[in-house]
Design a protein around this ligand. Structure first.
Ligand SMILES: [Cu+2]
Length: 307
């Protein structure tokens, strides 16, 4: 009997210790990720490449303000989690030591303690409120661009992306991944695409998403954007890249057998370079503006969306 109690206590202790350690490691990793991420914008204007990395810990580095806000919030919540884990772990260790059977042969039969019960109800409520306020602030910040400089319509299709630039006339094109055999040096397998989405640096990009066939999801972690593309609906979000670079993402909604076939590349370039790209893209995609939307599937305009 004693033996089984001891091993149970040891199990508790090990679990509490592990949880505490894990919390601290996650916190440190995130602090590191944030430190490296915080260095990205504005440090210099040489282009960055932000893509998934093997064995990476924490969140991807930030390419713009939305992701920076996500980093801040993540860091804040991680501190709270870590402190709670340490507190509960220490409390558990103390109880196991202080009330062990040999030291405490006659257990207390106390079952109520009003003030203690009030405290352990009120304190968690306060913690949740402290988390909820910045959480809602972040949700509304991500929701839509207050002052959008331009709009890009994103359509998820089985299985490729279709991008349209309504501010640039009828510029539209499809984006497919590059086959492994055709990869150029430096290109990433299953991530690089033939026609990336090109955007100007420092501009607020309004993104309107819709789906053509099933639900897809437009997900570029380093720009802090993840939005479903739902057939029959238009959703809005926004992002901004604060420095030139290439930001990789993927459809992250399981959308069918070629779900893996939907990587996303957003290329942020200086304004002059963007204008030059627009010029040649208009010509290049004039003959082939990608696959048109089927009849009856009009893209919602911003005015319609906000009506
Ligand atoms: Cu998809």
């Amino acid at each position: 009997m004693r033996r089984s109690n001891v091993s149970r206590y040891a199990g508790f202790l090990a679990t509490a210790g592990l949880a505490t350690g894990l919390g601290l490691v996650m916190s440190a990793a995130s602090a590191f990720a944030q430190a490296t991420g915080a260095d990205v914008p504005g440090a210099s204007s040489s282009p960055v490449v932000i893509a998934p990395e093997n064995w990476a810990m924490g969140l991807q580095a930030a390419g713009g303000p939305v992701k920076e806000s996500i980093h801040d919030f993540n860091q804040f919540v991680l501190w709270i989690i870590s402190l709670i884990t340490v507190f509960v772990g220490l409390l558990l260790a103390f109880v196991i030591w202080r009330f062990r059977a040999s030291k405490n042969p006659v257990p207390s039969r106390t079952s109520h303690h009003t003030w203690l019960e009030v405290a352990w109800t009120v304190v968690p409520v306060l913690i949740l409120i402290a988390i909820a306020i910045p959480s809602f602030r972040l949700i509304y910040y991500q929701d839509r661009a207050v002052d959008a400089d331009m709009t890009i319509n994103v359509t998820g299709r089985q299985w490729y992306w279709h991008y349209a630039y309504p501010d640039a006339g009828n510029l539209a094109f499809d984006s497919y991944p590059i086959a492994t055999a055709d990869l150029q040096p430096g290109q990433l397998r299953n991530l690089d695409v033939d026609n990336p989405m090109v955007i100007p640096v420092g501009k607020n990009i309004r993104v309107l998403t819709t789906g053509q066939d099933v639900i897809h999801s437009f997900f570029v972690p380093s720009l802090g954007v993840q939005k479903y593309t739902i057939p029959g609906r238009t959703l809005e979000t926004w992002f901004r890249a604060d420095r030139p670079g290439t930001f990789y993402g993927q459809c992250n909604q399981i959308c069918g057998q070629n779900h893996w076939f939907m990587p996303i590349v957003v290329k942020a370039v200086p304004e002059a370079e963007y204008q030059a790209w627009l010029e040649q893209a208009r010509e290049r995609f004039a003959a082939d503006a990608g696959t048109p939307a089927p009849a009856g599937q009009a893209t919602t305009t911003v005015a319609e969306l906000h009506r």
